[in-house]
Design a protein around this ligand. Sequence first.
Ligand code: MSP
Length: 660
Amino acid sequence: MTKPTLHVTTPMYYVNDIAHIGHAYTTIAGDVLCRYRRMTGYDVFYTTGTDEHGQKIAEAAEGRGMTPKQLADTVVTKFVDLWDTLNIDYQSFSRTTDVGHKASVQKEFQSMFDNGDIYLGKYSGYYCVPCESFWTDTQLGEGAVCPSCNRGVKIVEEDSYFFRLSRYQDKLLQHIKDNPSFIQPEARRNEVVSFIESGLNDLSVSRTSFDWGIHVPFDNKHVVYVWLDALSSYITALGYGTSDANFQRYWGNTIHLVGKDILRFHTIYWPAFLMSMGVELPKQVFAHGWWTVEGQKMSKSLGNAINPVELVNDFGADAVRYFLLQTMPFGNDGNFSYEVFISKINHDLSNDYGNLVNRVAQMVHKYFNSVMPHLSTKHSDARENPETYKKLFPLEHHLDELLDQTVRTVDASMDTLSFNEALKAIRAYISATNKYVDAAKPWTVATEGDMDRLGDILNRAMNASLLATRLLSPFMPETADKVFVLLGVENPLLASSEKLKLDMVSGGQKITFNTQLFPKVDAKVFLAKRGATTSTTGNATTGNADVVSTVGIDEFFKTQILAGKIMAATAVPKSSKLLQLSVDFGGAMGTAENATIVAGVKKTYAPEDLVGKTVAFAANIKPTKIMGVLSQGMILAVDNGTRHFVMELDDSVVPGTRIK
Ligand code: MSP
């Protein structure tokens, strides 16, 4: 029998900065959904990736004195590492700079053009670089800011190709009406419907004022609008336009998981592009809410973005995965607070779940010499008939009924992406199993010497713990694997969710469980310790972008930090951020000639401000072309978000002196 298929996607993340818990949230949610479906009989493909073109990335790279591709390569490594750390099991990590993606986007553009949906015009209006979106003056927020992110917009006037979005207005409305679950949650669907009903303008789909993107196949002056480029990743990740076996197999049964801020792109532009190309639409776009931190918006300027790597280091991947999905309904906004996080670890994971597995395992060690007991014949015979079972073993009968209900709730919750509801049901089942052990009193039965009854209780309690673990396994894969190994149990893929109810072990296997799954965290101690360290992702401009790791002194000295005297400076043509410096290192770099160094400090310094200054440079960085200029080093400077401060040295310092 062929399995039903499912394709789940995260947004393609921008590479201007490293990930925070908002990005981790969507990616974990998608992973949980995929793992659950895979476990219950689906053939699943999970796509994630990065959005690397466009003005936002070009400017971010320029500000850091890197090429956009260098910036992307650096940040992509961090995304890949993060997804490994969080145990994300994806099938495709798609980069918009991948060669196959580029070729496919060009074909898509051509196909929309051939269908008469793209025409040449002139764009004149506003553009928000952080959101990469076009706005008209009537759409701008108060103070002429971007209505989505409230930041300043640029006035843009340039030649542009337009997509005939207006042509798709009625078709889109009809599709949304005919497919009520196409946009979820419902409130978001209503928002989109009102937006479309207010009238759709044709959309600018190419830019000419910068070059960092995929070129329009028939007009090299234009690069494809970054949203058209990035949205296409959802199909190019499956090989659309290149080698499309996966596309044929998975596309259509697709769920796009996105944050509420990027709903319009996914529910209006993307379906319209697909309609124009004659490609089936995805099954659903689900817009989740946003995380705040201790009540505040997460932002670079506040420096309060929570770094998922640091959280995992402190609490483990599973606690992070559990917390993020348990705390709020998927469509709602939520708040991250360390106190709440720690209290959930202590209550839900340590007291309830960890304690259950532990106490049952300890009793198997103690009373059965670490070998899981079988059910007695009396018990298994009675279980064949629900009426008899209810009469003879009411506690266990109740547990079975509750499991049946739990599995149904979990399955239905996965259909609606109500992860928190699924976890609530599992937690209730765990709590009921703990109560079952309390009520069945195996320790009393042991003193009475009734080994059959004792074996029945521990077999049932152990199976219930294992079934809870299986239900938790998509959320907490690392913990589940650990429990299964220590209890000598396999967790095979199942044919359907119905099978989730079946006992996992009959008895006889040796167990070696002797660990605390979730040690309690002392919130006071943790918060005091944390107060003394950094806790946020920070950002590249304030410099604390990385998790702090140490380097050996030898490693450090591989970088030659030298005093250099700036002999000449000019602005790099067409760049708002770059200056070209001619720097004297007094022959320390093996040549008497001055070095050319491109520095992204133009927002603070005019060329003449720098000439004559002696400042610190990293002098042996591999030469790199930036905006057409070969840069042979890097200026050292602090950027406090508003301005730069180069590291100026006293005039008496001789050029070429090493800084140690
Ligand atoms: N590159 C585009 C997506 C293109 S998809 C074809 C983009 N990238 S992003 O990196 O800025 O954002 C990715 C996702 O992170 C978005 O879904 C956004 O909603 C989400 N989040 C950003 N901040 C968030 C929170 N504070 N909380 C939850 N999610 C948040 O947009």
